[in-house]
Structures are given as structure tokens and as C-alpha cells.
Ligand binder design. Structure first.
Ligand SMILES: Nc1ncnc2c1ncn2[C@@H]1O[C@H](COP(=O)(O)OP(=O)(O)OP(=O)(O)O)[C@@H](O)[C@H]1O
Length: 211
């Protein structure tokens, strides 16, 4: 059964809102995404899951997750927006990317802390233009999931990506007005260790952790 925060997030997802779901390790983000994706698919909505790394995608292998870079055809980030848009619209090698953009109803982006503002902005630009829409992400519903205290984006100076967090994008709060934090830690194993990590993550260790 979902906890209170998970219920709030689930209802927003079900009702078609864009949102950011965050929470520390063990707060039940993966648990929530899996249930939400199964629910949406059962109700004939095309829900895709993408992650910043292939390893994270294996957590959702039963649900067909892949990396965002592969799903969106952005490769290593070498393409400028207009060039990549042209490739997606005209080049057969990008046919599955074009289908992804045109068909997706709800896109879950996990490990969002590692997706840079450059990458998220490029994905937004591409989906909006392929869908020929004025809405953010071409009107596709986007659910960002992660913990901004965890790993940051990897900078790629050669390709003009300084690795800024995506929440720095000027339109971020406008596109993601709903931002839910999962407060309850569900993971039982290594509870003490996880508590220490979570406290250190936010720079506020308790006496127990310091001891
Ligand atoms: N509402 C719930 N009821 C029962 N178990 C839950 C619930 N939410 C999460 N769990 C369990 O708690 C554990 C941690 O949850 P989960 O892996 O989803 O956390 P997470 O936020 O994705 O963590 P991480 O950031 O480390 O990936 C899992 O074993 C999961 O099945």
C-alpha cells in the first residue's frame, strides 16, 4: 500500500500532470514508478521509462526501460538541436526515436539528478517540434524522478555541456509546478547506514550518526 506522499504523487500522475517526485534512498520512488507505469499501461496509455544510465534502466527491465540518450536519439550530445531534429524527421536510423516522440503519452525520467539542463532542454525541444506543438514536451506528460542530493550531471565541456542541474532551466518550475517529496523511508535493510547517508547527504548529521 502507498504511503501518503506516494498516494499524492500517484494521483497527480493518474490525472495527467507533469511532476517532479523526489526523495532520499529507500523512499519508494522506484516502487511508485513501477506501479504507476503498470496502471497507465493497463488503462491504454503509452508509458515509457528512461534513465540516465543503463544500470538504472536494469531496475525496470521487466517494463522495458532504456537510457534517455537512446530513447531520444541524442547519442553523446554531439548534435545541435536543429540538426538532430532534421535527422529524426528524415533519417531512417531515427525512425524508432520519431515513434517514441509521437506515441508516448507519459514519459518517466528516473535518476533526474544526473540529467543536465542541456540534455533536458534538448529533449523538450525535440519532442515539442516533432509533435508540432507549442506545449512543453509537445504536450506529453513528463514525470521526473530522483534525488538532487545524489549524483549530479556529468559535464561534457567538449560538447558544450557544463553539467548544470536541470532544475536551473528557466522554464523548469513552470513546466513542473507539482513537486512531491517522498518523506517515508521504506527500505528496511541497513536502516542505520541509510539513515547516516541520508543525514550526511543534506549536511545535517544527528548525534547518533556522528557517533
Ligand atoms: N508503499 C510501500 N509499501 C511497501 N514497501 C515499499 C513501499 N514503498 C517502497 N517500498 C519498498 O521499500 C524499498 C525501497 O523502495 P525503492 O527501491 O522504491 O526506493 P527508491 O526511492 O527508489 O530508492 P533508491 O533511490 O535507492 O533507488 C523497496 O524494497 C520497496 O519495495
Amino acid at each position: 500500500m502507498f504511503d501518503e506522499d506516494q498516494i499524492e504523487a500517484f494521483n497527480l500522475i493518474k490525472d495527467g500532470h507533469n511532476l517532479l517526485v523526489s526523495g532520499q534512498a529507500g523512499a519508494g520512488k522506484t516502487f511508485l514508478i513501477k506501479k504507476a507505469v503498470k496502471y497507465l499501461r493497463k488503462h491504454q496509455r503509452k508509458a515509457d521509462i528512461v534513465c540516465s544510465t543503463g544500470i538504472a534502466a536494469t531496475h525496470f527491465s521487466d517494463l522495458g526501460a532504456q537510457t534517455l540518450h537512446r530513447w531520444a536519439g541524442i547519442e553523446d550530445g554531439r548534435h545541435m538541436n536543429q540538426n538532430l531534429l532534421h535527422l529524426i524527421e528524415t533519417d531512417e536510423r531515427f525512425i524508432s526515436v520519431k515513434k517514441n516522440f509521437l506515441n508516448v503519452d507519459v514519459l518517466f525520467i528516473d535518476e533526474i539528478s544526473m540529467i543536465s539542463s542541456k540534455v533536458l532542454s534538448q529533449v523538450e525541444f525535440l519532442i515539442r517540434n516533432v509533435r508540432k506543438s507549442n506545449q512543453y514536451f509537445g504536450g506529453a506528460q513528463i514525470v521526473l524522478v530522483g534525488d538532487f542530493y545524489q549524483l549530479p550531471p556529468v559535464p561534457n565541456e567538449l560538447l558544450g555541456d557544463p553539467g548544470n542541474h536541470c532544475f536551473r532551466i528557466s522554464w523548469f518550475n513552470d513546466c513542473f509546478p507539482h513537486q512531491i517529496i517522498l518523506h517515508l523511508i521504506h527500505r528496511q535493510s541497513d536502516h542505520t547506514l541509510i539513515k547516516c547517508i541520508n543525514e550526511l547527504e543534506i549536511g545535517n548529521p544527528s548525534d547518533e550518526t556522528l557517533a
